[in-house]
Write a protein that binds this ligand. Structure first.
Ligand code: AMP
Length: 402
């Protein structure tokens, strides 16, 4: 379905075409007409499905048709990164309609407090906020939500995991009862259903499921500190001839070189491949790997999607990918064409919560195996979100287009 079939405002269509959006994703196709019609919504969908545009476009459409007073829409989300990302998308879509927006999140330097205070008391079309920071403003007594028409909860399950439930309920208690509520969550455990029942009225339901790893893959994990990882890989593959072709995945291209050098020092034939290499060099590296002249290839996620190499016996996730879909893609490099393969993930303490979420999304618990004795103790399994998730930690500054 194309965006011009939704009967959206011309100015929004112009922004969409400018941003290169042509066809609606499945969640957009299902959600946009329902939201335009005023229904509450509960959607099970994770990042990468296009859910942000699914909830923002109908809101901007209404704003383009009818000037709002006060604060029209509140988007609550768990982290500063997500708040920034959502607000950037709003700025892009609203480029021609002129709707105003602000992101409010913890961990900033406080210099924008007065701007935030003015927006929250005098009004702005859309506020995107993390619950903790918004509560800090509410407690000061000037936040005015009496004109709110749309409440959107994004990544609701993560907000509950982070202990934001009471903050969210308190925020909602300051709003009028008559409003449209949209609820997005990557997973739908009973506690999420229970919570959504408190907020939503006869919601339209959408479930966008993610693909899961093929049945032939043996998936395992180790809980390790970063400084144990290279020795662990060595212990896993040393003298194991059945692992003839191995891919090691890294979430960042900066780490690729370190991993390559660490494994070279252990005596392995290994090459790194990332978007830093010229196309010709990449092809050369891949050709050597395919011909089995190189045993280990170290790659980033960007490359994991495109590479079609058969007969990979072992995938090692040097770290936990940011998205469940990337995990599925990485693991999918092995056991292709109904052969069996092994996928091993190395999980440091910072990645445990992320891995726990991936397990929920793919609906299976991956066994956590004991480290070989000579590596020493590894960390304990702890699935609580780390403190730094609350404030994010080094997110990009939002760009302003106007
Ligand atoms: P989200 O799931 O909302 O985080 O979106 C994932 C990414 O897909 C974002 O970078 C969006 O800009 C992009 N995106 C979402 N919907 C579309 C679409 N219909 N066409 C092209 N890109 C899209």
């Amino acid at each position: 379905m194309k965006f011009d079939e939704f009967n959206l405002d011309e100015k929004l269509l112009e922004a969409l075409s400018y941003m290169g959006f042509e066809n609606a994703s499945p969640i957009q196709e299902q959600a946009i007409p329902q939201i335009l019609a005023g229904r509450d919504l509960i959607a099970c969908a994770q990042t990468g499905t296009g859910k942000t545009a699914a909830f923002i476009l109908p809101v901007l459409n209404k704003l383009a048709q009818q000037k709002s007073k006060g604060i029209n829409t509140l988007v609550l989300c768990p982290t500063r990164e997500l708040a920034i990302q959502i607000e950037q998308q709003i700025q892009g879509f609203a480029y021609f309609t002129g709707a105003s927006s602000i992101a409010i999140y913890g961990g900033d330097d406080g210099s924008s407090w007065n701007e935030q205070k003015a927006s929250l008391s005098e009004g702005i079309d859309i506020v995107v906020a993390t619950p903790g920071k918004l509560i800090a403003h509410i407690n000061m007594g000037y936040v005015n939500f009496k004109d709110i028409q749309h409440l959107i909860l994004d990544e609701a399950d993560r907000m509950l995991d982070m202990g934001f439930i009471n903050d969210i309920l308190k925020i909602i208690s300051t709003m009028p009862k008559e409003k449209q509520s949209l609820f997005f969550s990557a997973t739908m455990q009973p506690k999420i259903r229970e919570f959504s029942n408190k907020i939503l009225r006869d919601p339209f339901q959408i479930s966008i499921s993610i693909s899961k790893p093929a049945a032939g893959v043996i998936q395992e994990a180790y809980l390790t500190y970063d400084n144990q990882k290279t020795r662990l890989i060595d212990a896993l593959i040393h003298g194991k001839d059945q692992f003839e072709s191995i891919i090691v995945f890294s979430s960042t291209k900066i780490k690729v070189n370190d991993i390559v050098n660490g494994l070279k020092r252990k005596g392995y034939s290994v090459h790194g491949i990332s978007s830093d290499l010229e196309q010709k060099e990449r092809e050369n590296v891949l050709a050597q790997f395919r011909a089995k002249r190189v045993r280990i290839l170290v790659a980033t996620d960007v490359l994991s999607r495109g590479i079609d190499i058969k007969d990979i016996n072992l995938v090692i996730n040097y770290d936990v990918p940011n998205e469940a879909q990337d995990y599925v893609h990485r693991v999918g490099r092995t056991a292709r064409a109904s052969t069996t393969g092994v996928a091993i993930t190395l999980i440091n303490p910072d990645d445990m919560y992320k891995f726990h979420r991936i397990e929920q999304l793919i609906e299976s618990i991956i066994p956590k195996l004991p480290l070989p004795a000579d590596l020493g103790e590894g960390p304990e399994w702890d699935t609580r979100p780390k403190k730094k998730e609350f404030n994010g930690g080094g997110g990009k500054k939002p760009f302003r287009r106007r």
